[in-house]
Design a protein around this ligand. Structure first.
Ligand code: UDP
Ligand code: MN
Length: 355
C-alpha cells in the first residue's frame, strides 16, 4: 500500500512538474512572440520615419525662410536629418574655415560692416588676414586678426604672401573646407554651409566663379622652350572654396611659402596663381559656382527672388556710381554698400533690423 501510495504521489508530483514546465514554456513563448512582434513593429516605424525625413530633406527648397531665421538651426537640423537617414554626415559650420583678406587701411573702412552682419553667424570660423597688429580690431574680432607680416601694398608679391599664410593656417586646422573672401564681400554663411554639403571634402574640389569668358592663356617660360598654357581661375573677389583633399595635394607647391615662389614664377596675382596650381599643375578642374559674386559683375542684376540663394556679394564704387546689390531697406546715406539692408533681408531677426 505504501508502495502504491508512493507511486501515486510521485505521479502526482510528476504531473504537477509537467504543468509548471508547460506554463513556464508557454509564458516564455508568449514573451518571445511579444518581443518579436514589438521589434518588427518598431523597426517598421523607424523605417517609415526615415523615409519621411528623407522625403522632407529632398523636398526642401534651396531657400527655406523658417530655417534661415536661425542659421545655426538650419545647419544642425540638416546634420541630424542626415544621421537619421543614414546618409553620409552633412557639412556643418564647424567644418568650414573662412579667411578674409584685408589690409591696415581697410580695417576701419571695411571691417565694421562685416563684424556687424555676417561675421556674427560664423564668429569662430572666420579669420582676418592682415598686415599689421591692430589691438582695436583684435578685440572686436575676439582675437581673429592674423598679422601675416606681409607687405601692406597691393602688389602681386604681397597678395600672394597673404594667400600663402591663409593657406598654411587652414592646413594647420582640422577643417574640411577652406573658403577665401575679400573684405568687400558679404558672405551668406548658412547658404555657404548648405552648398558645401553637396560636395565631399575628401574629394578634390575647387569651387568658385571665373570673371573671364575664356580660360586664361599665358606663356610659360619655365622650361627651355616657351609653352602656351591655358587654365581657369576663380576670382578671389567673389570668394572660392577648396576641399581639404585638394589642399593637401597642393602642399608641395603651395605650403610653407611655396605659394609665393609659384606666384613669382608666373608673375600673376594670388587668385590666378591658385588657378595655375590647381588647374595647370594638379590638373583638377574649377567647378563654376554662379552663386559667388564679385564686383566685376553688376550687383543690381541679381534678382530679389534669388538673393537668398546666393553665397557671396560684393560692392564697388566706379567713379560716382555704386555697384551694389539692389535691395530696399536702410537709407543709402547710412547703408551705402547695401550690406546692412541685405543682411536684414536675409536675417530679419537681428536686433538692428526693422520689425
Ligand atoms: N588688399 C590688400 N592689400 C592692399 C590692397 C588691398 O590686401 O594693399 C586686399 C583688400 O583688403 C581686399 C582685396 O585685397 O580684400 C582687394 O582689394 P580691393 O577691393 O581694394 O581691390 P580690387 O582688386 O577688388 O579692385
Ligand atoms: Mn574689391
Amino acid at each position: 500500500m505504501s508502495c502504491l501510495g508512493d507511486q501515486v504521489n510521485s505521479e502526482k508530483m510528476y504531473a504537477r512538474h509537467r504543468r509548471v514546465l508547460q506554463t513556464v514554456s508557454l509564458a516564455a513563448l508568449l514573451a518571445y512572440s511579444a518581443l518579436l512582434a514589438y521589434q518588427t513593429l518598431s523597426r517598421g516605424l523607424v523605417d517609415e520615419e526615415d523615409v519621411l525625413t528623407e522625403k522632407v530633406a529632398r523636398r526642401r527648397a534651396p531657400f527655406d525662410r523658417s530655417l534661415h531665421e536661425d542659421p545655426s538651426v538650419a545647419v544642425t537640423s540638416e546634420a541630424s536629418s542626415a544621421t537619421a537617414t543614414l546618409r553620409p554626415p552633412t557639412t556643418v559650420l564647424h567644418d568650414v574655415f573662412i579667411s578674409v583678406k584685408t589690409t591696415k587701411s581697410y580695417h576701419r573702412q571695411r571691417l565694421p560692416i562685416i563684424l556687424k552682419t555676417w561675421f556674427q553667424l560664423a564668429k569662430a570660423q572666420t579669420w582676418f588676414f592682415t598686415d599689421t597688429d591692430d589691438p582695436e580690431f583684435q578685440l572686436k574680432t575676439n582675437g581673429h586678426m592674423i598679422n601675416t607680416n606681409c607687405s601692406s601694398s597691393h602688389n602681386r608679391k604681397a597678395l600672394c604672401c597673404k594667400m600663402s599664410v591663409e593657406f598654411d593656417t587652414f592646413i594647420e586646422t582640422d577643417k574640411k573646407w577652406f573658403c577665401h573672401f575679400d573684405d568687400d564681400n558679404y558672405v551668406n554663411v548658412p547658404r555657404l554651409v548648405r552648398f558645401l554639403g553637396d560636395y565631399n571634402p575628401r574629394e578634390d574640389w575647387y569651387l568658385g566663379k571665373p570673371s573671364i569668358q575664356a580660360p586664361l592663356e599665358i606663356i610659360n617660360k619655365e622650361k627651355k622652350h616657351t609653352q602656351k598654357i591655358k587654365f581657369w581661375f576663380a576670382t578671389g573677389g567673389a570668394g572660392f572654396c577648396l576641399s581639404r583633399a585638394l589642399a593637401l595635394k597642393m602642399m608641395p607647391v603651395a605650403s610653407g611659402g611655396k605659394f609665393i615662389s609659384t606666384g613669382e614664377k608666373i608673375r600673376l596675382p594670388d587668385d590666378v596663381t591658385m588657378g595655375y596650381i590647381i588647374e595647370h599643375l594638379l590638373k583638377k578642374p574649377l567647378t563654376v559656382v554662379d552663386q559667388f559674386h564679385s564686383h566685376l559683375e553688376p550687383m543690381k542684376f541679381i534678382r530679389r527672388e534669388i538673393l537668398e540663394d546666393q553665397i557671396s556679394f560684393s560692392y564697388a564704387r566706379n567713379k560716382d556710381e555704386w555697384n551694389v546689390v539692389k535691395i530696399e531697406g536702410f537709407d543709402t546715406k547710412y547703408d551705402t554698400n547695401r550690406f546692412l539692408s541685405l543682411h536684414c533681408f536675409l536675417f530679419p531677426h537681428f536686433n538692428f533690423c526693422p520689425r
